[in-house]
Design a binder for this molecule. Structure first.
Ligand SMILES: Nc1ncnc2c1ncn2[C@@H]1O[C@H](COP(=O)(O)OP(=O)(O)OP(=O)(O)O)[C@@H](O)[C@H]1O
Ligand SMILES: [Mg+2]
Length: 401
């Protein structure tokens, strides 16, 4: 049987299992690299011999990362060979070294229709903002939900929220705020190529009465499986369409273009199929970060990868800015936070004139934590609403709204 010519059901578990192994391999390569770096950077900060220890640590980290990539490449090669035999498909690549051995390569294949995509993105009426960072728990979802509230309540814009994190935190928060029961993962159809513009307009959940001009496409755990399956089928070259642009095609459809003015996408802390779709479909990127040394490093590595993907997939993507989150209480940042800001500004130089750190940072406030998963803090707390009015004004100015 040939993949993509209609896979038989008996092979679907194999496909999912294989996708899991490949993703697991990739994940562990980067996860171990990150852990090693965390360990060594942490040591350096505490140690009197900080500089020497840091240099040794980074060298070791590089060595360990290369070893992991090598191991990952062999793992993928083995899995591809097994898949070739099991499916009797001679077209599945023989040599993983000729295909990919890092996540960047995996997603960075040239896109045949890039000029047409660039033209279509230039005509996009709604601003499409992805909120992303590979670091978990830095306030991405909180910012997506509260910015939606800002654009709806303060600016009177029609907003579409898209949850592309299978954890579904944005969906839970917004649906609870609007007292909507039950969570069906609609994001699966949005990225697997089944959805079109009229489907979005029909099925998106309106967040009335909480936010009467805002709709949401929710996500749940099934999205993780959908993403793995899609990635593997695309990777083995057996799907006709380029799955990285499934979301972009829907958002560029006349129905979506004429219905919404701002589209905000919440990305999980991983470069998954859905995250790649988000970056390929967005006009702007907001990167929230905690202002400490480790988080700053992650911002830098995320921006590097986003920049590479921008070149390959979506040259129209602009960096709206980096926003500091969960900082010390006002009126001013701590010295260590100010130092992190300086590091971030340096890392942003690679975005050629687009670099921007929002003046409005978000202090640690109990109101955010109290609202998590069940309400939108903007609607419950005037201080939070004031913070987001300032941040929202800055965002609106950056994205030309
Ligand atoms: N400024 C803040 N002050 C206090 N708590 C905050 C603040 N911002 C976010 N939080 C809380 O921190 C937790 C993590 O925030 P959030 O879910 O927005 O992060 P995330 O980056 O989306 O996480 P993940 O990577 O898991 O998707 C939540 O409980 C949230 O309520
Ligand atoms: Mg989140």
């Amino acid at each position: 049987m040939r993949m993509g010519d209609g896979m038989s059901l008996e092979n679907v578990p194999l496909t999912v299992e294989l996708a899991g192994k490949i993703i697991g391999g990739l994940g562990s390569a980067f996860g171990i690299g990150w852990l090693a770096r965390s360990y060594f950077v942490g040591t350096a900060l505490r140690d009197a011999k900080a500089a020497a220890a840091l240099a040794r640590g980074l060298a070791e980290d590089q060595r360990s990362k290369y070893q992991q990539c090598d191991k990952n490449s062999r793992l993928m090669q083995d899995e591809l060979a097994k898949l070739r035999v099991r499916l009797g498909d001679p077209d599945i690549p023989v040599d993983a070294d000729n295909t990919t051995d890092t996540e960047d390569d995996l997603w960075g294949r040239p896109y045949a229709d890039l000029p047409a995509h660039v033209r279509a993105m230039a005509r996009s009426k709604p601003r499409v903002i992805s909120v992303g960072n590979l670091k978990g728990g830095v306030g991405k979802t909180t910012i997506a939900a509260n910015l939606a509230a800002y654009f709806d309540k303060t600016r009177g814009k029609r907003v579409l929220l898209i949850d592309l994190d299978y954890q579904g935190s944005l969906s839970a928060t917004c649906l609870q705020a609007a007292k909507i029961e039950g969570l069906v993962s609609l994001a699966d159809e949005l990225i697997d190529g089944r959805a079109d513009g009229s489907w979005v307009v029909k099925v998106a959940k309106q967040l009335q009465p909480a936010l009467s001009k805002t709709w949401i496409i929710p996500a749940g755990y099934s999205l993780a499986q959908t993403e793995s399956k899609l990635m593997l089928r695309w990777y083995s070259g057996r799907v006709p369409q380029d799955i990285r642009f499934n979301l972009a095609k829907v958002l560029l459809s006349p129905e979506v273009q004429d219905t919404f003015e701002v589209i905000i996408i919440d990305i999980g802390p991983r470069l998954t199929t859905a995250a790649i779709n988000a970056l390929a479909a967005s006009t702007h990127l907001i990167v929230p970060t905690v202002l400490d040394r480790l988080s700053t490093e992650t911002v830098s590595s995320f921006l590097n990868r986003a920049k590479a993907l921008k070149q390959d997939l979506n040259p129209s993507l602009s960096l709206a800015g980096v926003v500091g989150t969960m900082t010390a209480e006002e009126p001013r940042l701590k010295n260590t936070e100010l130092a992190s800001m300086v590091d971030i500004k340096r890392a942003l130089e690679q975005w050629n004139g687009e670099s921007y750190v929002f003046d409005r940072w978000l202090p640690r406030r109990q109101a955010f934590a109290d609202a998590a998963g069940r309400d939108i803090a903007y609607l419950k707390n005037n201080n939070v609403a004031d913070l987001f009015k300032e941040l929202g004004d800055e965002v609106a100015q950056r994205i030309g709204l």
